[in-house]
Design a protein around this ligand. Structure first.
Ligand SMILES: Nc1nc2c(ncn2[C@@H]2O[C@H](COP(=O)(O)OP(=O)(O)OP(=O)(O)O)[C@@H](O)[C@H]2O)c(=O)[nH]1
Length: 364
């Protein structure tokens, strides 16, 4: 082996080793793209993920890397869903996902450059899938494709390891551990929002009248299943578990693909959602409450939920926002269950007292 070859091999192994240094999923896409840029030296590398809202599947470009290091990073939580390109059958990207294989698009078809499209994960064309696109002057030679394939192999292993640690084992929803990270991320990646959060600006109680679609807010809802102990006591723990799995499914079908749904533990769930208006956030939660009420759970029949919601604003750390939503849940439980209560409205109407200060500022 020549010195040159061993230096190259060492470099490759070093790149892979640093990929496994990551302790969080964030940054993994960028590291993969940088690694491929370094080894293959293409014109550009892009990563796009599939987002879904019920049966509407769209591409969200999350990363674009060129040798001059100009990059673009986007988090699906902030995407304007309807402005994204739809996933269309028959396109090279779709074929790549469908076949789970690399697809080469010649310069004549794609414009000035050759494109090599590879599936980011294995599992076909559905939500949570994605592609990596490599633009090059010439078709990628087989030995380079083999390198990309092996790097993707390591990437996928790392990715599924992170995914496993972020998931609730029973329902497959995100777990409590991943909540805090997303909570802060959602604030950081929305400059207007973060500016007011960092300054500790109190939420505007007229928010439902003043907000516009371009000025969206984040809302947190806590969901607690009503009389769940009775389900366990009457039908057994296994049926109780099945009910929790079905509730998670109803939640996934009710909320939009870019809303985040968590199981905090037991029969408690949390939703982190985006909406410009207090009333539309309430209406979405009301739709979920109704879907629950109308669903007939096998053996058990009807199960209802009590929901408390609150805006994320005014410098509240996650535990304070959760605490306020929890107070609204408590109110719902004490006043008949099977209802959605807004912390803001309850405080405004004098139905509960603000016992939590927001970064030293009294809200109302
Ligand atoms: N099957 C199952 N049950 C669970 C799980 N985690 C917690 N539970 C049960 O959830 C029940 C929660 O009961 P409580 O906190 O008394 O509340 P509840 O019966 O829903 O009553 P309200 O909240 O007042 O409407 C307990 O019986 C727990 O054992 C789980 O993973 N699986």
């Amino acid at each position: 082996m020549t010195d040159h070859t061993s230096v190259k091999n060492f470099h490759l192994i070093d790149q892979l080793a640093t990929l496994t240094d990551h302790r969080e999923r964030d940054g993994l896409n960028m590291h993969l793209a940088q690694m491929l840029m370094d080894v293959i030296k293409p014109l550009s590398i892009s990563v796009s993920l599939v987002m879904s809202d019920r049966n509407d599947y769209r591409w969200i470009p999350v990363l674009h890397l060129r040798p001059d290091a100009s990059i673009q990073l986007r988090d699906p939580l902030h995407a304007d869903f309807l402005s994204l390109d739809q996933v269309r059958e028959g396109t090279p990207r779709f074929r790549c996902l469908e076949m789970n294989l690399p697809v080469a698009v010649d310069a004549a078809e794609s414009g000035a450059t050759h494109l090599t499209i590879l599936p980011l994960f294995v599992g076909g064309a559905k939500a949570d899938s994605g592609i990596i696109e490599i633009a090059s002057s010439n078709r990628l030679p087989l030995h380079e494709l083999a390198i990309v394939d092996r790097m993707l192999h390591v990437y996928r292993n790392m990715h599924s390891m992170f995914l496993y640690s972020e998931r609730d084992v029973l329902t497959g929803l995100a777990n409590r551990k991943s909540f805090e990270e997303t909570f802060y991320k959602s604030l950081h990646e929305n400059p207007n929002f973060y500016a007011s959060w960092a300054k500790g600006i109190a939420p505007d109680k007229n928010i439902d009248r003043r907000s516009s679609e371009t000025n969206e807010h984040f809302w947190l809802a806590m969901v607690d299943v009503d009389h769940f102990k009775q389900v366990n006591d009457k039908y057994g723990h296994q049926i109780g578990d099945e009910v929790l799995i079905l509730i998670a499914r109803i939640m996934k079908n009710t909320f939009r693909g870019y809303d985040r749904v968590y199981r905090f533990g037991g029969e408690e769930f949390v939703i982190l959602m985006r909406s410009a208006w207090h009333d539309t956030a309430m209406a979405t939660l009301e739709r979920f409450r109704k879907n629950m009420e109308e669903y007939l759970f096998p053996q058990v029949g009807c199960i209802t939920v009590s929901i408390g919601m609150n805006i994320i604003n005014g410098g509240d750390p996650p535990d304070v926002v959760c605490n306020k939503a929890d107070q609204a849940v408590y109110y719902a439980k004490r006043h008949g269950r099977n209802q959605v209560c807004s912390y803001m409205s309850l405080v405004e109407n004098g139905l509960i007292e603000t016992d939590v200060k927001d970064g030293g500022i009294e809200l109302f």
